[in-house]
Design a protein. Structure first.
Length: 374
C-alpha cells in the first residue's frame, strides 16, 4: 500500500467515525428545543381571549329620584287676626280663587272708618282751597284787584290740600287692601295637603301664630321628577330625552317622563346636576314625596372599544388590559368609559383585532406565556 492510499483510507475512516458524533449533537439539540417548548407549554397560563372590534355601548344609568308637586304654596296670614270660618279641609280639591278661610280683625274695621273719615275731610279741604284759588284767579284778571302774592298763596294751599288728599286716599286703600287679606283664597288649583287652623285660632305674620302655615296647597295633576346626576355623567345626560321610573308602592307599574329641565350647574355640596321631568298625573296614582328608581338611557360614544368588565385590571399603579402578542402577555394602560351590563368602554393604545385576555388579573405578569381556551 502506498502512502497516498493509506492517507485516503485514514481520512475515510475518520469521517465515518465523526458522523455518529454529529448526528448525536443534532439529536441532542432537537431534544433540548422540544424540551423547552414542552416546558413553556406546561408553564403557559390558560386564558379566555376576545378579539377587539369597535362598537357602541348602550348604557342605562339608574339613579334615585324624588316625586315633587309641580307647584306648591304655604299660605300664611298677612295681618294679626283670628280664624272665623274654615271652608276646606285636608285632601280637599280646590280651584284657583276659591275661598279657603275667612279671618276677622275688629281693629281693622276701626282703622278703615278712621281712614275713610280722614279721606272725606281732606276731600272737603281740597274742594274749598280749589274753589278759593279758582275765584282769586278769575278776579285777578281785573288789574289791581288781587295781589300776586295772595294768588300764589292760594295756589300753594290748593297744592298742599291735593297732596294731603292723595295721602288720605292711599291710606284708605291700604286699609281696604289689608282687609282683603282676611279672606284666604287659593292662588292656583290643587289639593290641600296640610290644614293647621280651626275657627278661633290666632294667626299673624309673626310670633306664635305664624310657626306653621294655615294651609299647604299642592298641584298634583302634574308633578315633577327630580334626579341628581353625578358629575361624571353630566356630559352624557344632555343627550337624554326620556326616562323610565318605578316607585315602591306600585311595583308592577313603569312610568315614563320627558326630560324638561337641566340645571346647567353643579350642586357644590353633592357635586351633581339637577335634572327635572314633568309627569302627567291626571289619574292620581303618584303622590308628592315618593322616591323613585329612575333609569336614564345613556347612548355611548360611537366607534369605541367595549370589553367585558373582567378584562380590565386595576391595581395601585394603573388600570390596564392584557394583550396577547405572539402568545405572550403585554400590559396596555387604558382609561375607563361608561359601564353597563358588565361591559365597559376603554381607551388606550389598542387596534382592531387585538387579542385581549377576557379573565385578566395582575398575577399574569408581562411576558407570561398564554394559551387561549374556549
Amino acid at each position: 500500500m502506498t502512502i497516498k492510499n493509506y492517507r485516503s483510507s485514514y481520512a475515510t475512516l475518520a469521517t465515518v467515525a465523526l458522523l455518529p458524533l454529529g448526528l448525536l449533537w443534532a439529536s441532542c439539540h432537537s431534544i433540548k428545543a422540544e424540551d423547552n417548548e414542552e416546558a413553556e407549554h406546561s408553564n403557559a397560563v390558560q386564558v379566555k381571549v376576545i378579539q377587539l372590534q369597535k362598537s357602541q355601548l348602550e348604557a342605562q344609568l339608574k339613579l334615585p329620584g324624588e316625586v315633587k308637586p309641580y307647584q306648591f304654596a304655604d299660605l300664611y296670614a298677612k295681618v294679626n287676626s283670628y280664624v272665623k270660618v274654615v271652608s276646606v279641609d285636608m285632601g280637599s280639591q280646590v280651584n284657583a280663587g276659591q275661598v279657603l278661610a275667612t279671618l276677622e280683625a275688629p281693629e281693622m274695621n276701626t282703622q278703615l272708618l278712621e281712614a275713610q273719615s280722614r279721606l272725606h275731610t281732606k276731600e272737603a279741604m281740597f274742594r274749598a282751597s280749589k274753589a278759593t284759588y279758582s275765584r282769586l284767579l278769575k278776579t285777578s284778571r281785573v288789574p289791581g284787584t288781587i295781589s300776586p302774592n295772595d294768588l300764589d298763596m292760594a295756589f300753594e294751599k290748593m297744592s298742599a290740600d291735593s297732596a294731603e288728599l292723595l295721602s288720605a286716599r292711599s291710606s284708605y286703600q291700604e286699609v281696604q287692601q289689608m282687609l282683603g287679606y282676611l279672606v284666604i283664597k287659593a292662588p292656583f288649583s290643587g289639593i290641600i295637603s296640610q290644614r293647621n287652623i280651626h275657627p278661633g285660632t290666632y294667626v299673624g305674620p309673626a310670633g306664635k301664630g305664624s310657626d306653621k302655615p294655615l294651609f299647604r296647597l299642592e298641584e298634583q295633576k302634574k308633578l315633577r321628577l327630580a334626579v341628581a346626576v353625578p358629575e361624571i355623567y353630566t356630559d352624557d345626560i344632555r343627550h337624554a330625552s326620556a326616562v323610565k321610573f318605578t316607585v315602591k308602592s306600585l311595583p308592577g307599574d313603569t312610568f315614563q317622563a320627558q326630560v324638561n329641565r337641566i340645571a346647567g350647574s353643579l350642586d357644590t355640596r353633592l357635586r351633581s346636576e339637577q335634572l327635572e321631568m314633568d309627569i302627567n298625573n291626571s289619574d292620581g296614582k303618584l303622590l308628592p314625596g315618593m322616591y323613585a328608581e329612575v333609569s336614564v338611557p345613556l347612548p355611548g360614544k360611537k366607534d369605541v372599544y367595549v370589553v367585558p368588565k373582567g378584562a380590565i385590571v386595576s391595581n395601585s399603579e394603573k388600570v390596564f388590559v392584557i394583550k396577547s402578542v405572539n402568545s405572550k402577555a403585554v400590559w396596555v394602560p387604558v382609561q375607563r368609559g361608561n359601564e353597563s351590563n358588565g361591559k365597559v368602554e376603554i381607551f388606550g393604545s389598542l387596534a382592531d383585532n387585538d387579542i385581549i385576555v377576557q379573565n385578566a388579573t395582575d398575577e399574569i405578569k408581562e411576558g407570561t406565556v398564554l394559551q387561549s381556551v374556549k
